[in-house]
Design a protein around this ligand. Structure first.
Ligand SMILES: Cc1ncc(COP(=O)(O)O)c(C=O)c1O
Length: 415
């Protein structure tokens, strides 16, 4: 137990698994508070990838030599790890893609073939661009309409408005589980129930949820659930599309090429079964194996204690930041994860978030500044950009204290 937490949660032991956290930046200890953007990797993941290239590197699903079988076995074991982690019914419901963005594009492109003119797609006002633009492209292709669930001033979905938007024309509801900008945790089970009552299919963008809470796709009854490896302590360039087998089986392929076929002739090509039908070409083998290692790592720690500790960081951080005169938090939902977006002002008015980020960087503190790929949400709150601190289980209250000192320094500079 460290001094940093009142919980029985050994942060220092976990931090020791993440080599980068011991780095210094501009001569100061690194305080990495940009986890909603991307997460750091434990040595277990780094060593798994290192081992793969030293001892196993080979192409998968196509060679009958020893190394190819080793690599194929490791890849398929990672698929089963993902299946267990999100409690999918079958491993063939797990499709490996490059990330959340590719997963949503795959569903919009392939499942989207079912849509007709006048059909409707429901999204929300807090979506990441990757859960807006693919649906706009689909609407343009099919003559469908995009409907947007509004949010209140706290950054919570207006559920009564959602119920009014749903109709027999609604074919897809595509919604984020947790907002990357506001930290709002959406009532996803209820959202899915209501959509299903209207016969609509639901895609959940889980990019920000899987790093913070145990996700059970069967308990949620999600039709599609998508997330990115790099946000869950795994490598970049790898992500997951979970889809119910019955839906995936009925969908046309997304990309054509090797591995996704059953037979090819110039006259006719037949397709492989799921998941391979959606995995054309050589996959990101070390990324997949690294993702498996990251999820195994998470399974080795108490995820309930993680969630509780992150809530403690959220409350500590919220109180500490609100103690700064001229700081305004954007996103004050009752149910939030450990993400805090804010605007800082000095005696001379609002300080631009980019200036805040640059000064904090000089102090060794990494946060994200900008629109966070949520421009419509920035417009809703009347700001061009925000500062965003986002905490993982390896962050500490001392790092939040450093953030507060850094912000006071920004105010002095701009006074
Ligand atoms: C909620 C949400 N959806 C989608 C994405 C896109 O993820 P990726 O860039 O890994 O595809 C992000 C990344 O920030 C996100 O936070």
């Amino acid at each position: 137990m460290t001094t940093s937490s009142t919980l029985d949660f050994d942060v220092e032991a976990l931090r020791a698994d993440f080599p980068i956290l011991a780095e210094r930046v501009h001569g100061k200890p690194l305080a990495y508070l940009d986890n909603a953007n991307t997460s750091q990797k434990p040595r277990q993941v780094i060593e798994t990838i290192d081992h793969y290239y030293r001892a196993m590197n080979s192409n998968v699903h196509r060679g009958n030599h020893f190394l190819s079988q080793q690599a194929t076995n490791a890849l398929e074991a990672a698929r089963r790890t993902v299946q267990a982690f999100i409690n999918a019914r079958e491993d063939r419901e797990i499709i490996f893609v490059r990330g959340t963005t590719e997963a949503i594009n795959l569903v919009a492109s392939s499942f989207g073939e079912n849509l007709r003119k006048g059909d409707e797609i429901v999204i929300s006002a807090m979506e990441h661009h990757s859960n807006i633009v693919p649906w706009q492209m689909l609407c343009a292709r099919k003559g469908a309409e995009l409907r947007v669930i509004p949010i209140n001033d706290a950054g919570e979905l207006m559920m009564d408005e959602y119920e009014h938007l749903l109709s027999d024309r609604t074919k897809i509801v595509a919604i984020t589980h947790i907002s990357n900008t506001l930290g709002t945790v959406n009532p996803i089970k209820r959202i899915i129930e209501l959509a299903h009552e209207r016969g609509a299919v639901v895609l959940v963008d889980g990019a920000q949820a899987v790093p913070h809470e145990a996700v059970d796709v069967q308990a949620l009854d999600a039709d599609f659930y998508v997330f990115s490896g790099h946000k869950v302590f795994a490598p970049t360039g790898i992500g997951v599309l979970y889809g119910k087998a019955s839906l995936l089986e009925a969908m046309p392929p997304y990309h054509g090429g090797g591995a996704m076929i059953s037979s090819v002739s110039f006259e006719k090509t037949t397709y492989n079964d799921i998941p391979f039908k959606f995995e054309a070409g050589t996959p990101h083998v070390e990324g997949i194996i690294g993702l498996g290692a990251a999820l195994e790592y998470l399974r080795g720690i108490d995820l309930d204690a993680v969630a509780e500790y992150e809530q403690e960081l959220l409350h500590y951080g919220t109180e500490a930041l609100l103690g700064i005169d001229g700081l305004r938090i954007i996103g004050t939902a009752a149910h939030k994860t450990s993400v805090i977006s804010f605007m800082l002002s000095s005696a001379n008015g609002d300080v631009h978030p980019h200036d805040v980020g640059t000064i904090l960087d000089n102090e060794g503190i990494a946060i994200r500044t900008g629109h966070h790929c949520t421009q419509p949400l920035m417009k809703r709150f009347g700001v061009p950009a925000t500062c965003r601190a986002s905490f993982a289980f390896y962050n500490t209250k001392e790092e939040i204290d450093a953030l507060v000192r850094g912000l006071r320094k920004v105010q002095k500079i701009f006074a």
